[in-house]
Design a protein around this ligand. Structure first.
Ligand SMILES: *Cc1c(COP(=O)(O)O)cnc(C)c1O
Length: 396
């Protein structure tokens, strides 16, 4: 058997070769002019990638480290906070806020669903200090409307903190226009580099809130990090190789749009949207049910396992037969759903291969109930329609 291993997971995502080369060459000390130039440039590029004028700080941690930093820097024990939960990552916000002794309220909807704005409005009170949410709930494949929640909070003193770890690079967000206070991203998602770095864009009023926050913190001290960043440094030893990798990835995204990083990011989003739409149409043509049909994300598509089949078997077989790594459901969704990523360095060619492999795996797991090619045909037709629609849109 000869197989090529491929990640089709929503984090870590497949690595960009140029970023891998940059990592291998990053034999650099972090208190040197060379590193300071690199770090300053990467923080500035991250600002453009996120689409914000707010200060961006980076930390050596996985995405959850940045989520924890948002809680520990913006709240005080006893603060009333509201968490919007619809999956494993929403639940993580609630656990973090409880760990820091906040008074945690939540708006909870079933896995696969998104929130009713009315239900959130009912929970807003003048003493509410922070709302925490996801742009994309990676565990269910649902997209949440950051703009609508932001609109509800206009004119209040409530901060909005958005885990956009899989929202960035898959959704056209207008963070400054919407007035998002903190936006969080991670290296191993749309930016196509290994896990280990997270970054946060922070608004002026969120910086002001930090001055009065009384939570214990040391390593994840964002004000200290901002001060260091101003000098082109990080407070402690940074993940030097990952910083170099991020620089290469951001250059690559810009090069996809003749050097215009903001346009490159929009191209990345359009790619994810295309792959997601293609995947949804193929899944339905195969006879599969989507897990979050009412508000599907572009980062990842969650698909329900067919009756009588465990998604764990689909994922296992996909790997043993084709070397492709899909994601099973997280937590109690394990065995029930499987997830296909579209975020970062995955494109239409990858998507077509995933659909073909999936048809073959299902054909063997459910003899007689799959017609090979149904999903592929739907995928190709959707591609034609989306691309033609975009060309017509551009011509107008
Ligand atoms: C990947 C991810 C995170 C971060 O998880 P880590 O394992 O800590 O990197 C947080 N939120 C969402 C929505 C994610 O997809």
């Amino acid at each position: 058997m000869f197989r090529k291993t491929r990640l089709f997971t929503p984090g870590p995502t497949p690595l960009l070769p140029a970023a891998q080369f940059a990592m291998a060459a990053a034999d650099m000390h972090h208190r040197t002019p060379e590193f300071r130039a690199l770090y300053s440039r990467v923080l500035q590029q991250l600002q453009t990638f996120i689409g914000t004028k707010n200060d961006v700080v980076a930390i050596a941690a996985s995405g959850t480290g940045a989520m924890e930093a948002a809680v520990s820097n913006l709240t005080s024990p006893g603060d009333k906070v509201l968490v919007l939960t619809a999956g494993k990552f929403g639940e993580r916000w609630a656990c973090l806020a409880k760990a820091f002794h906040c008074s945690v309220e939540s708006v909870t909807v079933p896995y696969g669903k998104t929130f009713s704005i009315e239900a959130i409005r009912e929970r807003l009170t003048p003493d509410l200090r922070v709302v925490f949410m996801q742009a994309t709930e990676t565990s269910t494949g649902a997209r949440h409307s950051v703009s609508k929640v932001a609109e509800l909070l206009h004119g209040t003193d409530t901060l909005l903190v958005v885990d956009a770890i899989t929202g960035l690079g898959t959704t056209n967000l207008d963070l400054d226009g919407d007035g998002i206070d903190v936006t969080i991203g991670g290296s191993q998602k749309a930016l196509m580099v290994p896990p280990g770095m997270a970054y946060l864009a922070v608004s002026d009023r969120a910086w002001r809130r930090m001055e009065s926050s009384r939570q214990p913190r040391y390593y994840f001290d964002l004000m200290k990090e901002r001060k260091s960043a101003g000098k082109g440094e990080s407070s402690y030893t940074p993940a030097v190789a990952l910083v170099a990798a991020l620089g290469a990835a951001l250059d690559y995204i810009a090069a996809q749009a003749n050097g215009d990083l903001a346009q490159g990011r929009r191209n990345l989003v359009a790619n994810a949207e295309l792959c997601a739409e293609v995947t949804r149409s193929a899944a339905q043509a195969i006879g599969l049910k989507l897990f979050a049909p009412s508000a599907p994300a572009a980062a990842v598509t969650a698909i329900q396992a067919p009756q009588g089949i465990s998604s764990t078997d689909i994922v296992r077989r996909f790997k043993s037969q084709f070397g492709g790594i899909l994601s099973d459901g997280q937590g109690e969704m394990k065995g029930q759903i499987f997830r296909i990523a579209h975020i970062g360095y995955l494109d239409f060619m990858d998507t077509i291969a995933i659909i073909a492999g999936l048809e073959q795996v299902l054909h063997e797991l459910m003899p007689g109930s799959i017609t090979l090619g149904d999903g592929l045909r739907a995928a190709q037709q959707t591609y034609q329609r989306v691309v033609a629609g975009r060309a017509a849109g551009e011509g107008r």
